[in-house]
Design a protein around this ligand. Sequence first.
Ligand code: MSP
Length: 507
Amino acid sequence: MSRAYYVTTPIYYISGNPHIGHAYTTIVADVLARTARTIGPTFFLTGTDEHGQKVANAAAAAGKTPQAWTDELVPHWKALFAAYHVEYDDFIRTTQARHVEKVQRVFERLRERGDIYRGKYEGWYCVYDETFWLESKLVDGRCPTCGREVQWISEEDWFFRLSAYRDRLIEHFERRPHWVQPRSVYNEMMAILREGLEDLSISRSSLHWGVPIPNGGVIYVWLDALLNYITAIGWSEDATRFHTYWPAQTQLIGKEIARFHTIVWPAILWALGEAAPELVFAHGWITVDGQKMSKSLDNAVDPFMLAQRFGADAIRYFLLREAPFGSDFSYSEEKIAQRRNSDLANDLGNLLQRTLSMLQRYRDGIVPPADVSRSELGRRFAALHVTVRERILDLRFREALEGIWELVTALNRAIDDRKPWELHKNDRTSELNAVLYDLCEGLRRLAIMLAPCMPERMREMWQQLGTPGRIDEDWSVSLRGWGGLAPLTQTALAAPLFPKMDAVAPT
Ligand code: MSP
């Protein structure tokens, strides 16, 4: 098998119910995976991070064993992804035997190679971020990442020689200036590297909930968690499969975990003799009143409620369209409603309704033949999908949607300018056929290009257009040249794709 497109999301701590911020990364990964599948083999991994003190504490607070607690919660996460039409290829749980065994193997390998040693850890620990902190890094005595209280830890642990990889990391960053994006995160990581690296404690001798280490203690939850990206694809077990996917093309993360993914993670991989991922992209946060949305800050928005209220596809669209990927953006139901009403109901939904009702009225719902070589719209937009796909794979989702909206606007304008009702009244048959054909072909192309972003609604649009074949076929076939829609196709006007909603008052 040749190389495939491999995209991953962070695996989520299962310390409570998910919020829309968790759905965000996985939705973006789904859009990428759906787009990559229009080119070739693709693998999309997501899952849950189930070990560590944070999860153990949450389980204890609920009066359950950690295993029972995580078993109970995993279905909520899977239901969340299903509610947002996410089609992952694999869902890994760090408590699964397939993962645990390989994490133990990693530990053995690191020990054999002399990359780990026994030492005493004395310092601070943030349970929320599962992160060790030196005294000098604390801000007002609190965790510099999340601002929460830290606890003092003093124990015998295993250490990974992270400091030994500093020069190689710096060289890697310098040689591949785009491997960490956006630039702001790259710069931040470079600054950390320049400042110097401490070795990393990779075990917790006082904790029981984790991957056990021979002679006591468990593996530090972050080492355990990072390894999911390779344990899921057969590392140390099936070399062919592993090398089909690794190194991953795109690892998506939130910016707060960039240090683990761009400094610790490559060093661990190198210690195992494996390559670093091609790209780690650290996106911004969904914020509420300027603060990161988070369960424990009590500002988390229930993603199930959102999907029900606005429609999962409208939320997907909002998340991709609202801000450039990489920037923070604030959560606002008013803005979601606005986007849904203006972009989706007015621009796109109405376009479909108007087109199919005119086609119904003038041509019994049947797509007429037309001379596509003379289509102005065809000349302008036949290659749009190439740009769109490039932008999506480059993680410029907003720009991709803006590009697609140029076609939406042009089609709406074609109706206003070419006035099919007058062409009909004046018996200008070939002109009427030409505009109706253009509109239907334009809509077909929109359905295909928007399917990665709004899979359910676009499938409905596809059905209304009556088009044979699959919406998610290879784009170079289905979008080759303006004119892929077969004349005489019978369309079927149905209910509006995005019924208009009442405006939502500003909060
Ligand atoms: N378990 C670790 C990751 C281990 S990966 C080897 C972890 N989990 S988490 O549950 O805290 O989820 C982290 C990820 O959820 C973030 O990196 C980000 O992708 C996503 N988000 C959580 N809250 C978010 C927002 N408010 N906004 C955007 N994304 C958010 O860290």
